[in-house]
Write a protein that binds this ligand. Structure first.
Ligand code: FA5
Ligand code: MG
Length: 461
């Protein structure tokens, strides 16, 4: 059993979530009424919102849902979105807009083939409004609708997504994804060969990337299988179209870096494909880039599961889909060192960027960080596994917001006699914008400790 602290949760104004502003939209964006949005406009949903034991959206996260970073064309995330969109012909890929991050559990999980016990569905990973609705954890929540309604064979969506995730330089509980999909229909084709030739002809139209991308993956194998009922030729043709489309985007974006940041040209970037697994694609892959000493995952993609096309009412179609983290790519492209900066309201950040232009980010002076440890005994009978890191992450965010750069578990032990369990987390307080005073850090630290005590009944050490 997980500890249930919903009874003492801070009150969240969920009503506000319903009034998400559409914002100034990308000019070529087709305003799609995602089904939840349509329902909101009818005003029906608003009445029917009920908090229940699943509700875990915090006030901090609720505030982020109103920021609408992508509606500012001079924000680096919008600049990147527009660059990526420009690599996909408009007559082939509809630009769809889903301003409301509130989606049904069906849209976020069931329609995409997530098993009932998939870890992604758990309250420790996902922000629930109630049992039936979540803040979308990925833009894939709009795949089924996008595959269903658009007149073009392709679509693109860029939007804010939310996850109860760890805190560090490349992870944030709110971030942005771009979803893309492309389908073909065998209708009117006389043979598989003719169908494959059609897909290959579309692939041949895509410019080949000049950048080196290592690909040691196989088209499909037992660990990353082709779908039953899909011929090997079709699967391979779809994969080639998918990989060439995405290599082109990444290739042209990384060629762009050189203009923005001369230091980035000294060492060629290492980029690679690896196998992956998603419930809604098979086979599946991810692309990674070697950045600042680590492999950074840029996107996931794969051949769309037929179940998704069935849900979309077009069982005969085949195709591919991709979901890309905009922050990750923007960090590499603009040389932005910390994911929190995207949420900065500091003019020294925002005024550095111009629509349509990729320029290197100029760091403002670095302010020193301060570590503080938070150590506590768990309530009797609670194992460390029953206390989830993300529970502490949410408390830290509620109390200290963006003044925390990193939280990590540094110690865990069981008392040999009493068998009580102790955990110790190290919190790095650091502002992007100013020096923090010891006194204010102490207040934040005390507040985090007190909240932990109230919500989880821990004994502070
Ligand atoms: C997905 O979200 C899938 N929906 C992607 C997909 C779409 C696969 C279509 C197949 C077909 P994943 O959880 O790996 O996959 O996230 C995709 C990308 O989002 C990651 O590669 C990463 O770039 C970014 N991302 C994930 N978590 C975070 C986070 N906490 N902060 C910032 N970026 C993140
Ligand atoms: Mg991933």
């Amino acid at each position: 059993m997980r500890i249930n602290w919903s009874c003492c949760r801070q009150l969240v104004s969920i009503q506000k979530l319903l009034k998400v502003r559409a914002g100034g939209l990308h000019t070529t964006t087709r305003q799609l009424s995602n089904s939840t949005q349509a329902r909101n406009e009818e005003g029906k949903r608003e009445d029917s919102i009920e908090k229940d034991e699943w509700t875990n959206v915090t006030a901090t996260i609720e505030r982020l849902t109103h920021r609408k970073l992508l509606s500012n064309p001079a924000h680096p995330l919008s600049i990147l979105r527009d660059i990526i969109f420009s690599k996909f012909p408009e007559r082939e890929y509809t630009r769809a807009n889903f301003p409301n991050p509130r989606v049904s559990v069906y849209e976020n999980f069931d329609s995409l083939n997530f098993a009932p016990d998939h870890i992604g569905r758990s309250k420790t990973d996902t922000y629930y409004l109630n049992k039936h609705e979540v803040l979308r954890t990925h833009t894939s929540a709009h795949q089924v609708e996008s595959f269903r309604v658009h007149p073009t064979p392709g679509f693109l969506v860029a939007a804010d997504v939310y996850r109860r995730d760890e805190i560090d330089r490349t992870h944030y509980p709110a971030f942005h994804q771009m979803e893309g999909g492309r389908w073909w229909s065998p209708e009117g084709m006389s043979s598989v060969k003719e169908f494959v030739a059609k897909i290959e002809a579309d692939t041949a139209k895509i410019p080949v990337s000049g950048i080196k991308i290592v690909d040691d993956t196989l088209p499909f194998h037992d660990g990353n299988p082709r779908q039953d009922g899909q011929s090997p030729e079709v699967c391979i043709a779809l994969t080639n179209h998918l990989k060439r489309s995405l290599e082109r985007v990444v290739g042209e974006i990384f060629e762009n870096i050189a203009d923005g940041d001369p230091s980035a040209t000294k060492e060629p970037l290492q980029i690679r494909w690896i196998d992956a697994t998603f419930p809604f694609t098979s086979p599946s892959w991810e692309m990674e880039v070697y950045w600042q000493g680590d492999w950074l995952e840029l996107f996931g993609c794969g051949v769309t599961q037929q179940r998704v096309f069935e849900q979309a009412g077009h069982p005969e179609r085949v195709g591919w889909a991709v979901g890309l983290g905009l922050e990750r790519l923007a960090m590499v492209l603009f040389g932005i060192p910390d994911i929190r900066l995207f949420w900065s309201e500091d003019p020294r950040f925002l005024e550095q960027f111009t629509p349509g232009v990729v320029n290197a980010f100029k760091p403002f002076s670095k302010y020193p960080g301060t570590y503080r440890d938070v150590a506590f005994w768990l309530k009797d009978g609670t194992t460390p596994e029953q206390f989830h890191d993300n529970d502490l992450m949410d408390i830290v965010r509620e109390v200290a917001g963006d003044l925390v750069e990193n939280v990590s578990l540094i110690d865990k032990f069981t008392h040999p006699k009493t068998k009580r369990n102790s955990l110790c987390y190290r919190v790095l307080f650091q502002s992007m914008e100013r020096t923090l005073y010891n006194d204010e850090i102490n207040v934040l630290q005390d507040n985090i400790r007190e909240t932990l005590k109230i919500k989880f009944g821990v004994e502070l050490r």
